[in-house]
Write a protein that binds this ligand. Structure first.
Ligand code: HEM
Length: 201
């Protein structure tokens, strides 16, 4: 009979020993068509201190602040198609996918924000301000930097889709993840000029 503690039997089996992160629901088949391993399902954090509990704390703290903020709370009340517990569960899955690579989020952020009738660049400034505060309060320094960096990158691409008709913003168009004053008008004017030009022969 084999002795499980003998050196030849102690080779770790990382893919089999990893446990799913609490609350994750990663699909069985990845987008590439290959089966998702248990290690992938548990996620591979992009920063060592990040785990599912940290994501939970950050998401709960952040949306607690959003709900206290008059303007953002109004936008969410107008445009959210779910109730808060369902939204928070979705956002936890989204952030685990982003920072722990669990591949469990399969929603579409751009259309979800495109349908918002009254969202403005300055709302992203406030959103990011509250997100930075929540990250500092709930994460290690390295994790907070990673979360904020990812939030700013996603906020920029949402703003390009929402306010610049999907055009890649010119260099220097953003400050701290938010479109600077005058950029929207400049980009739209350039687009209109291009649209009015005759096709070259
Ligand atoms: C002004 C800033 C923002 C506002 C007011 C806002 C508001 C909302 C609202 C109301 C929803 C729910 C939509 C629905 O239930 O149909 C939503 C969904 C979502 N938001 Fe935002 N959001 C903002 C910025 C961001 C940013 C910067 C990110 C990412 C870093 C983000 C990520 C998401 C995601 C992943 C969803 C779920 C989309 C889906 O798959 O249905 N949001 N947001």
């Amino acid at each position: 009979m084999q002795n499980r503690s003998s050196p030849e039997c102690s080779t770790p089996e990382p893919q089999e020993s990893a446990q799913p992160a609490p609350g994750t629901s990663a699909p069985d088949i990845s987008l590439s068509g290959r089966p998702v391993t248990r290690l992938q399902r548990a996620g591979i954090p992009l920063e060592p201190s990040i785990d599912a509990d940290m994501v939970d704390r950050l998401v709960e703290t952040f949306y607690g602040k959003v709900r206290q903020d008059e303007r953002l709370a109004k936008l969410f009340a107008q445009d959210m198609s779910k109730d808060w517990p369902e939204h928070l569960a979705q956002m936890k899955g989204f952030w685990r996918s982003v920072v722990m690579q669990t591949s469990e989020y399969n929603g579409r952020p751009v259309p979800a924000h495109m349908k918002m009738s009254d969202i403005k660049p300055e709302d992203f400034a406030r959103w990011l301000e509250l997100f930075r505060e929540a990250a500092v309060q709930t994460c290690t320094k390295g994790a907070a930097e990673l979360f904020v960096n990812r939030a700013e990158t996603i906020a920029k691409s949402l703003q390009m889709a929402l306010f610049l008709r999907g055009v890649i913003a010119p260099p220097g168009a953003f400050e701290n993840g938010v479109l600077k004053d005058g950029v929207i008008e400049k980009v739209r004017q350039e687009q209109d000029e291009w649209a009015g030009r005759p096709l070259s022969p």
